[in-house]
Design a protein around this ligand. Structure first.
Ligand SMILES: [Ca+2]
Length: 212
């Protein structure tokens, strides 16, 4: 190999190295796994309702899982939803002003959330589909529709929430807060899911303190 060729080969190798180093550690929306929709839930005796549990897996541009990535569920775009000041999860860091809750991924790049919160009552729906945002290390990796079983934000999941759901259904608008099955509209299957959650008695209690 001539000197010139050797230099060229070294430069090419260095370029590959720099490129892969830059790719490592940057969350990739295409390689990460996020839910298409999420549901805010209540709790029962301090236990978050598992109906709201979802997972996020963060992978980088080289498709490697990212350990310790900061994952933020940002509901600031959902003006008809509020999250609880206390998520009953020692790993969840709530920023009330930003309407976010943050956790960190494990060695497999995964983290699970159960977001506690609710909505603001019958006739008050505003947000359509895809109102939530999920960020990993500041990179937007998903825009799920965000729903809530506790549609009036009081007294857990009960009859008044059903009334609010019926109002959303009757409006003919695709309000995200009442679309539990992620179909992109409000229909009989969402009612079935709401009834299932009501019947489970896992969301008997609303936020002790909802973020203002
Ligand atoms: Ca309620």
């Amino acid at each position: 190999m001539t000197g010139l060729l050797r230099k060229a080969a070294l430069l090419a190798a260095a370029g590959v190295f720099i490129t892969s180093a830059a790719m490592a550690g940057v969350p990739s929306p295409g390689n990460s796994t996020v839910p298409a929709c999420i549901s805010l839930v209540g709790n029962a005796a301090g236990i978050p309702d598992a109906a709201g549990t979802f997972s996020v897996t963060v992978r980088d541009l080289a498709n490697n899982p990212l350990n310790g990535a900061s994952v933020v569920i940002d509901l600031s775009g959902c003006t008809d939803l509020s999250i609880c000041d206390d998520q009953l999860d020692a790993g969840a860091l709530v920023n009330c002003a930003a309407k976010t809750t943050r956790k960190f991924t494990d060695a497999l790049g995964a983290v699970s959330f159960t977001v506690l919160g609710g909505s603001n009552g019958g006739g008050n729906a505003t947000t359509l589909l895809g109102g939530g945002k999920i960020y990993a290390n500041g990179v937007l990796i998903g825009s799920p529709t965000a729903s809530a079983y506790d549609l009036d934000g009081a007294s857990g999941v009960g009859a008044n929430d059903l009334s609010a759901w019926l109002g959303d259904f009757g409006s003919g608008n695709a309000f995200g807060r009442s679309d539990y099955d992620c179909s992109g509209g409000i229909g009989a299957n969402d009612l079935s899911l709401w009834l299932g959650d009501f019947g489970s008695s896992a969301s008997t209690t609303s936020c002790a303190v909802a973020c203002p």
